[in-house]
Design a binder for this molecule. Structure first.
Ligand SMILES: Cc1ncc(COP(=O)(O)O)c(C=O)c1O
Length: 397
């Protein structure tokens, strides 16, 4: 039996894989501290859970409109108007089965063989495989640590060819936490205005942002870019709703209706109950978001400071999301008990086996010099985990 070429060209998500490995060790009684997970450790807010329960009790359990219920699309239109000063009609909104599904759908309706899609590295693990699954070619553009891992206008310009179909931009970024400022985006907009390509703006970490930094995207920055910028978003990270699987997009009408068509032949509607919960999340009180961001901020400061105190580790201060991406490459070539570390993957394995901490190798994100730590675990676990990391690193000679 032979599987399709398509699926053989991609590997399973490394972050999901690592998470499963850490969970299996935990289940076997090993005291593993996991910096691997990309999900908030907070509970879904009570009023959101209640909306879900009410939906079940009210028998809101049947198929809904493929592209999402009108009530949720209205809440999303209002969110964009309120938070981003962007005007959309409900026809431009499609609700999907998670933010990952939002981006997958977009790659399927926008890209095909012969297309190139520019992806700045470090990138979220799923962008290149999704582009490949659509038959197109990911063009990875490495950004520089010295520039806060942000794509510059010059780097973008140099990567554009006649085959370029789109740029995928993610701010705040997973894995680096980098946030593009208005000035950063203005420079990029200058290049995009001269080159007619699509932009997928993955704004899923919009609300997890620190130090009073203001969030911008290319659509709200430049009116001329709005007709070819698609915003991919979701409720997972902002409202601690990773398991509910609701993502959404704001797109030009023809893209939105193409995505609805694809969805009508693949998943049908996103979960009816989760849609009702998402309405409550978007329309309800936002104080849980503020509390979560304040907790993340405390951990972020602790991690950055502690990592930078470790010999041979260099860690920039991320402006958003809940990850740090320290450079650990000074340990490459070093050994402990006959085991030599050749790169981020070896180091992650070493830390899991020797220090019982799970970190994600930077190679999974297209940058082998670093590892990613998610601080969506308690401050106490962050502290214990970093102590173990420092001890294990000090044994590498
Ligand atoms: C950058 C980025 N985009 C999109 C997603 C998708 O999130 P979800 O499918 O949980 O809504 C994630 C999740 O890790 C992410 O990190």
């Amino acid at each position: 039996m032979v599987l399709a070429d398509r699926i053989q060209q991609v590997a399973a998500s490394p972050t999901m894989g690592l998470d499963a490995k850490a969970k299996a060790l935990k289940a076997a009684g090993v005291d593993v501290i996991s910096f691997g997970v990309g999900e908030p450790d907070f509970d879904t807010p009570a009023h959101v859970k209640e909306a879900g329960i009410k939906a079940i009790e009210g028998n809101f359990t049947r198929y809904t409109a493929v592209e999402g219920i009108p009530e949720l699309k209205k809440a999303i239109v209002e969110k964009f108007a309120r938070d981003n000063q962007l005007t959309y009609t409900p026809e431009q909104i499609v609700v999907n089965c998670g933010g990952k599904h939002t981006i997958y759908n977009l790659t399927q309706v926008l890209f095909q063989e012969g297309d190139e899609v520019i992806i700045p590295a470090p990138y979220w693990v799923s962008y290149p495989p999704m582009v490949i699954l659509a038959g197109a070619r990911p063009v990875i553009v490495s950004t520089r640590e010295a520039n806060g891992f942000k794509l510059t206008a010059e780097e973008l310009k140099a990567a554009i060819t006649p085959a370029t179909k789109a740029l995928i931009l993610n701010s705040p970024s997973n894995p680096t936490g980098a946030v593009y400022t208005r000035e950063d985006l203005q420079a990029i907009a200058g290049v995009l205005l001269e080159n007619k390509i699509w932009v997928i703006s993955d704004d899923i970490y919009e609300k997890i942002i620190f130090d009073g930094i203001r969030f911008f995207n290319l659509a709200n920055l430049h009116p001329d870019l709005k007709p070819r910028t698609i915003i991919a978003h979701g409720v997972a990270k902002t409202y601690a709703m990773t398991g509910w699987r609701i993502g959404y997009m704001a797109a030009p009408k023809e893209v939105a209706s193409a995505v609805s068509k694809l969805q009508s032949q693949s998943t049908s509607n996103p979960c009816s109950i989760a849609q009702k919960a998402a309405v409550a999340a978007l329309n309800g009180p936002q104080d849980s978001v503020q509390a979560m961001v304040a907790a993340f901020d405390e951990r972020r400061r602790f991690l950055v400071e502690t990592l930078n105190r470790m010999e041979g580790v260099r860690c920039g201060t991320p402006g958003g999301a809940f990850y740090v991406f320290p450079n650990v490459s000074s340990y490459y070539g070093k050994s402990c008990q006959g085991r030599t570390i050749h790169g981020s993957s070896d180091l992650s394995d070493y830390l899991l086996e020797e220090a019982r901490i799970a970190v994600v190798p930077g190679s999974a994100f297209g940058d082998d010099t670093c590892v990613r730590l998610s601080y969506a675990i308690s401050l106490e676990d962050n502290r214990r985990g970093l102590e173990r990391m420092a001890e294990a690193l000090s044994r590498l000679k």
